[in-house]
Design a protein around this ligand. Sequence first.
Ligand SMILES: [Zn+2]
Length: 230
Amino acid sequence: MRKEKISNTALGWVMSEYEEQENLRELVLMLNDYSGASEDWKGKRYGEDDATRLRRWVRVWRKSGHDFLDLEKGLESSDIEALNRFTRSIRAQVNRTTGRMMILDYTTDEAAFQFNRLLNNSRQNLLGGPCRRCSKWYVKKTRRLSVFCSPLCAGNATKTNSRANKRRKKVGRVRSAIRNYQTSSGKYAALDWKEYVTKAVDGVSKNWLTRAVKDGVLYPPKKGVRHATN
Ligand SMILES: [Zn+2]
C-alpha cells in the first residue's frame, strides 16, 4: 500500500511564549493520562485512544531525532492520514496588524492539535520523559538532557538504568516477534497476536503488551496485513 506523505505542517504557526508553555503543559497532561475509556471526554477534549496516539507520535518523533523524513518513515499510514486530515482542516488567516498567522478553525483531534503545535514549538526540547523511574512525562526547566523527572527519581539511578536496559532489550525481542507473527503461517497464524508473542518471548504477559501499546511503544499488528511479504 502506498504511504501518504506528511503534509507540510510548517504553516507559519508562530506561537507566543505563553502558547508554547501551554502546549508543553497540555502535552504532559495528555501523555500522562491513563485514566481509561470510562473517563473519555470528561472535562477534556480527548479520549483514551487519542492519548495513546499522542504517546506513539511523540516517541516516533523523538526517535527520528526530530527529522521530518524519519518521522514519516516511523509512522504507520493511519497515523499519517490522521495528521494530514487535521492539517487540511486548518483554516488560518494572517492578521494584518501583527503579520502573524491566526488559526480560525480546525477539526477536533486533540492529539493532532498538540502534536502539530509541538512540531512548531521553539521550546520543544523542554518536553521531557518518560522518566526512567516513574515513567511520567514532564516539562524540563532547562534544555539539558535529562532522563529523570525529579531529583527524587534520580536518587536510585544505577538500579533504574539496568532496569531500563532490560526493558529496551525486551521491547526489541517483542518487536521482532510481532514481525514474525505477521509473516507466520500454519498453527501460529491462528493465534491471537498477544498469545503468539507471550509464547515467543520469555517474561512477557498479555497485560505487559496491552500497556506497551498504550504507552505508544508498540504498534499492534493490523489484521489483513498478516501475511504480507513486504
Ligand atoms: Zn520520575
